[in-house]
Write a protein that binds this ligand. Sequence first.
Ligand code: MLC
Ligand code: AMP
Length: 514
Amino acid sequence: MSQDNLFAALRAAFPADLDRVAVETDSGLAYSWRDLDRATAMMANLLSSLGLEPGARVAVQVEKSVEAMMLYLAVLRAGYVFLPLNTAYQSAEIEYFIGNAEPAVVVCSKKNFGWVSQIAYKAGAKAVFTLDDDRTGSLLERSVHCSDQHQPAPMRADDLAAILYTSGTTGRSKGAMLTHGNMLSNARTLKDYWGWKPGDVLIHALPIFHVHGLFVALHGALINGSKMIWLSKFDPRLAVAKMAEATVFMGVPTLYVRMLGEASLTPEACRHMRLFISGSAPLLIETFRDWQTRTGHTILERYGMSETAMLTSNPYQADSRFGGQSERRGGTVGFPLPGVGVRVRNEAGKDLPLGEIGGIEVRGPNVFKGYWRMPEKTREEFTADGWFKTGDVGLVDERGYVVIVGRSKDLIISGGYNVYPAEIEGYINDMPGVAESALVGVPHPDFGEVGVALLTLKPGAQLSGEEVIAALKSRLANFKIPKRCFVVDELPRNTMGKVQKNVLRDQHKGLFTA
Ligand code: MLC
Ligand code: AMP
């Protein structure tokens, strides 16, 4: 049964020569495949020694490091459930996630140990460890005493592997429950669809607390036994320099925009590269074209979600299902991946013909099991016949390419991170003197889209936009902070009394772009 353990499947793809380099870091360290195997065994043994219940959650908020990646693999190996948390999250956000998920183990940075451990023990955690990105912390101190042999826990395909919190358009964040089977099927499909080859080397430049960096990039390299060049933080100049030794790069559009700003980005710099992949947010057609002109490479854009991992992709090579097409088309997210169903429906639940715009619904072995302890929400997001409603709006064109034209969910995607206006508006509305507020997304040259807040005050109240931003900074992750905030006399409303966000978006669309 352990072949359904995602770690076991990744481990089976390690090269026969375990002394080869598996990960090379930007600080000059090299880790072999044997290091990955031994360290994950030791951490898995540490976790197993704690006597945790099956299905116990391990919540982790630490800086990106190879050891943090090993911890993720160790949790899979030991059969527990990984819960990654963005390092930008502040105490109120962490308190919610930990309170909701009730992890048995929490791992945090040393500097946050005081407040995180308080929250964790209050929520019933058995142990709180620390891990810093300089290879220190109690997790490693304790793990070194554990055996470096560990048999991966036997798992079934539908056992939980990870919970990823995604905010909602109303209310609090929901934990998307992903299984070993969800992620294994997706990793295997992508290995074939993107033509991973022996000798491929991935530049890993993304954070490892969301789907893109943690699953798509990491699983992609591991299931192909491919070396990773590990950037602890994205640095466009270094990323371009490393292309001389790599073949695959994955990034959100902001990473491509920033690399285009580097004079060193030339066809020669990309000569060794095989594939550039973009996702998590819409890639502007200008970026797609500029990249082609500057490098001679055509970015392959794909589409996915926390709840589903990857859903569609532009082709790497000819796709026999779609007339043998191999063209990567800018402005599209390509074809449904093999095994993934995609349909477009109108609000009445009727399938729409090619070319017509509607809600995108999906199904497949990659689609999650539901929201953690929210059966009602889970039911709401699935149709009666079992398709997941993505909340994205789009069409399938006459050649079979999926095009995303918008979202029915009120969501801003900024630099690849999701910002749910309802959450930010809730915080602003709670401030003394505020009558009401609205957060809208406007175009931004670097982040694609950023949040701008508009608010009205109660009679006699005194509050400036700058004060609102300063107050939010102490409570919310930095990427959620509106880039600008304006106090206005009133918010535009339609005849139903609903705030017209489209009007506000239109009024402010030129704030950051010409
Ligand atoms: C940082 N800042 C952002 C931001 N990132 N503002 C808006 N949106 C963002 N994404 C702000 C900070 O608040 C700070 O502001 C200033 O920029 C500098 O912060 P930083 O941390 O030094 O920024 P930087 O390192 O430059 O980060 C930018 C970035 C990062 C693009 C490298 O945001 C990033 O790694 N994005 C990738 C996100 C990702 O992996 N998404 C995948 C989700 S999975 P101030 O005012 O405090 O100075 C998914 C599913 C799928 O969506 O399909 O893949
Ligand atoms: P998350 O909840 O962080 O997983 O974000 C998922 C959302 O990101 C999707 O529902 C889409 O709205 C968006 N997304 C991901 N990839 C793309 C893409 N290539 N183009 C447009 N939107 C995307």
